[in-house]
Design a protein around this ligand. Structure first.
Ligand SMILES: Cc1cc2nc3c(=O)[nH]c(=O)nc-3n(C[C@H](O)[C@H](O)[C@H](O)COP(=O)(O)O)c2cc1C
Length: 218
């Protein structure tokens, strides 16, 4: 029997390749440029309802699977935090703060707890730094995870949503690691938040190419 996942992949591929047939019209590059350069971080406190619907969520999550992935290890995973689990995540944030700062005030603890309630769609990005494939080092796995995350950010942006990556001191805490059941080779990278942009800010100035590109001199 044909694997339904592979049939779905073929359908995605057929759709994508017909949209990008050769010769590729200049609008394709213009569109990609517009999409990439108009994406900006919209922090979770500026993300409101509605979040992505069920089909849109699938489209966003599927974008991760198109990331470059050496040896197809899939060294990353994402855990969605639905509304019913937000209070539990808030507890983990609060415990993490109390653990690292026993003098934290009740107000600070409440603020830490409240962070779990922001943004309609919230997920944790996790990378697996090591496993039985010793050929692929942690740095490559991290790059793959970053590509998967950026694919999702761009897809969320294409669908009209704002999105952000956030981390913080709780990321490597015992309560958070326990809540997400992280394996000993796994690391929580960041939260990905998606929702409707409540308030926009100007797109930040991006660095000139000359600041991050040089030519090898011999
Ligand atoms: C892994 C990661 C974690 C981040 N965590 C936070 C965070 O906790 N709080 C925050 O304000 N910005 C955080 N940032 C920065 C923002 O996500 C964003 O990159 C930055 O504000 C620049 O905005 P831009 O995407 O519009 O260029 C993080 C970025 C990355 C890559």
């Amino acid at each position: 029997m044909e694997d339904p996942a592979s049939t779905a992949n073929q359908a995605d591929f057929a759709q994508a390749s017909s949209a990008l047939a050769y010769p590729r019209p200049p609008e394709v590059a213009e569109f990609a440029q517009a999409l990439i350069h108009t994406r900006q971080t919209v922090l979770p406190r500026r993300l409101g309802e509605p979040g992505p619907g069920a089909l849109e969520l699938q489209t966003i999550l599927k974008a991760a699977a198109a990331a470059p992935d050496h040896h197809r290890l899939m060294p990353w995973r994402f855990v969605l935090v639905p509304a019913v689990a937000r209070a539990r995540l808030g507890e983990a944030f609060a415990s993490a703060l109390a653990e690292r700062d026993p003098s934290a005030s009740a107000e600070q603890i409440a603020q830490a707890r409240e962070k779990a309630e922001r943004a309609p769609l919230l997920m944790l990005a996790i990378v697996r730094g090591r496993d039985e494939d010793g050929e692929i080092p942690p740095a490559e796995r991290l790059v793959s995870a970053g590509c998967a995350i950026q694919n999702m950010l761009l897809m969320a942006h294409a669908l009209g949503y704002g999105a952000a990556l956030t981390s913080g001191k709780a990321m490597n805490s015992t309560p958070l690691r326990a809540l997400f059941n992280l394996g000993e080779n796994e690391q929580a990278l960041c939260f990905v938040s998606v929702g409707t942009t409540i308030k926009t800010k100007p797109i930040p100035l991006r660095p000139d190419i000359g600041r991050y590109v040089s030519e090898l001199t011999i």
